[in-house]
Write a protein that binds this ligand. Structure first.
Ligand code: 5GP
Length: 262
């Protein structure tokens, strides 16, 4: 697979074209930002950790019938993915109160919710990804009612699968963010609302999830960076160990929901 021109550079990743117009390379950087890029830094080898963890999780979800953009791992920092027209929505799923939900409702972090909470956020850096509802999305024509129903049911299934996966590794999945896109069929215009198969895109990593160690509630995710808790690199490395084994070997990234002995 030949790496082509840079298509897009975000806060944590770069997308490169390939010689196949339907495939792109997703490269993970060590750059870290928080609070809408007001806080910036570097987390050594974060890109490697997030790539290895995301590769393993996409493989696991695919093995359970969840359609994702993942094609294969290319190297420690990059994966080959299907080209998507990203839907400008972020889904947040919550199992335990933290972060935005605690702030929104003025409640303590750490309450186990009686059922998972599903939220839509409008993907906009200048606006800080505001919370929105179905009516906003439909009124703006950003997605169709069928797409919203599919996104919601896929997100709920992903939450169930990931909760089981992490629980088997001694981790509580507190909350996480997902992004979806519509599968592009060529290099032309990306598909619009109601067109193209919907696939899970982006990444699933300590940047986009809150992971708490069961029992101790030790934070093993980007909150260590956001909140200056220290031991940031160690937390990312610990999550690699829990997900893909001590060596970060992709051979350990099996489709199994159970930890792999490495
Ligand atoms: P909250 O809304 O509580 O800030 O975030 C909920 C969950 O979604 C957390 O696990 C957080 O890491 C993730 N999340 C929400 N928005 C973003 C975002 O813009 N970037 C990243 N990396 N993660 C996000």
């Amino acid at each position: 697979m030949q790496q082509g021109e840079k298509l897009y550079e975000g806060k944590a990743k770069i997308l490169y074209a390939t010689n196949d117009p339907t495939l792109v390379i997703q490269y993970f950087k060590d750059d870290a930002t928080a609070f809408n890029a007001q806080k910036r830094g570097t987390i050594v080898d974060k890109g490697v950790c997030n790539n290895l963890i995301s590769c393993a999780l996409f493989q696991y979800l695919e093995s359970r019938g969840v359609p994702t953009h993942f094609v294969r791992k290319l190297d420690d920092r990059s994966m080959l993915v299907k080209r998507l027209g990203i839907i400008p929505l972020e889904v947040t799923m919550r199992n335990i109160t933290a972060g935005g939900m605690s702030r929104l409702l003025g409640i303590d972090e750490g309450m186990v919710l009686q059922r998972p909470v599903f939220e839509w956020h409008y993907k906009s850096d200048p606006l800080g990804d505001p919370l929105i509802n179905d009516d906003h999305i439909l009124a703006l024509g950003a997605a169709t009612p069928q797409e919203l129903a599919a996104l919601r049911s896929q997100s709920e299934r992903i939450n169930q699968l990931l909760k089981e996966y992490f629980s088997a590794r001694g981790i509580d999945l507190v909350d996480f963010k997902l992004e979806f896109g519509r599968l592009a069929t060529g290099a032309g215009q990306p598909p619009g609302p109601g067109q193209g198969t919907i696939l899970l895109g982006d990444e699933i990593s300590p940047d986009t999830c809150r992971f708490w160690e069961q029992g101790t509630r030790r934070k093993l995710d980007k909150d260590r960076f956001r909140r200056d808790l220290g031991d940031v690199e160690a937390a990312y490395q610990e999550m690699v160990k829990r997900v893909v084994g001590p060596a970060g070997s992709s051979t350990a990234a099996t489709a199994s929901g159970k930890p792999t002995a490495v």
